[in-house]
Ligand binder design. Structure first.
Ligand code: G1P
Length: 302
């Protein structure tokens, strides 16, 4: 059976300000986690989940993302001529991934806020549901996070938010779902989302992480908001506001995602993502463990 959701959007126009000065010239989506840039992890996840139409919404200064996924036959031929077959295969594999995901790029246009890139991409998508994945999460999961979201959509036919358990003291960093009913197997009916509440106000111990199934009804709400964006308190268009407006009248679900989640959007979590991915590497993991063991030992000279 063909997947019900074929389209996905990766909003990648953000400034990456929490990672400055690292992101002055390098888009945060191109920072390495393990042996791949962050955004390649996301694209792999989408392609592995049957997505065949990926839109990456960009802004000025994001050309490296396009360079990374662009086919480079001259480089591959040169590597093969030099007998460097493994490198040539690796270069071609990334281009093949982009081809399978039919990656296209769109310049972000409109008011500030994370709703704008979604609305921009929806113009090309017509009346189909789509996945939206923030570019700064990396998941290590047996079933890809995107696939878990698609399965929840297949069951409900409604918008779905990716959720992860959260320590309540972290509530100021996330949208926290208001749960109406726990339906089992991690699927929950939601009343909406409270954006970045104080721990004492947090309505649950889950965080909405950067993954959504967005349906045409939510796009209609985003359109409404965009038409009135100057009335918003900060002049921005937020996905959370559109989801809440929709949830006030119709069903929205959350799906608790199985797997390990690494946030790469701030320096501390980014370093953890790097470290975890290096530790998991079959070749470099053991080297790193040895290095850490030796450098943790007390210095014999002191
Ligand atoms: C956005 C969403 C928030 C979500 C978070 C996940 O916030 O508004 O609901 O929990 O992404 O990363 P931002 O981190 O862009 O402020």
């Amino acid at each position: 059976m063909p997947p019900t959701i074929r389209r996905a959007v990766i909003p990648a126009a953000g400034l990456g300000s929490r990672l400055l000065p690292l992101t002055r010239a390098i888009p945060k989506e191109m920072l390495p986690v393990g042996d791949k840039p962050v955004i390649e992890h996301t694209v792999r996840e989408l392609v592995a989940s049957g997505i065949t139409d990926i839109t990456i919404v960009v802004s000025g200064g994001k050309g490296l993302i396009q360079d990374h996924f662009r086919p480079n036959p001259a480089l591959a031929d040169q590597l093969r001529a030099d007998g460097k077959t493994d490198y040539a295969d690796a270069v071609e594999e990334v281009a093949d991934l982009a081809r399978r995901g039919h990656i296209t790029y769109l310049d972000q246009h409109g008011p500030y806020g994370n709703g704008t890139p979604v609305l921009n991409a929806a113009r090309n998508f017509g009346d189909e549901p789509m996945l939206v994945l923030w570019p700064d999460d990396v998941f290590v999961a047996q079933t890809p996070r995107a696939q878990q979201l698609i399965s929840a959509y297949d069951k409900t036919g409604c918008p779905v938010l990716a959720l992860m358990p959260m320590a309540v003291e972290d509530s100021r960093r996330y949208g926290v779902p208001v749960i109406q009913e726990d339906l089992g197997n991690g699927l929950m009916r939601l009343n909406g989302l409270m954006e970045k509440p104080k721990p004492e106000d947090a309505p649950s111990q889950y965080a909405a992480i950067g993954g959504y199934v967005i349906t045409p009804g939510i796009i209609d709400e985003l359109r409404e908001q965009t038409a009135r964006w100057h009335e918003h308190r900060t002049g921005e268009v937020y996905l959370t506001d559109a989801i809440n407006a929709y949830a006030a009248q119709r069903a929205v679900y959350g799906q608790v995602i199985q797997g390990r989640w690494y946030d790469t959007g701030n320096p501390g979590d980014y370093l953890i993502a790097q470290f975890a991915s290096a530790l998991a590497h079959p070749e470099y993991g053991p080297l790193l463990r040895t290095f850490v063991a030796e450098h943790d030992a007390p210095d014999p000279a002191h």
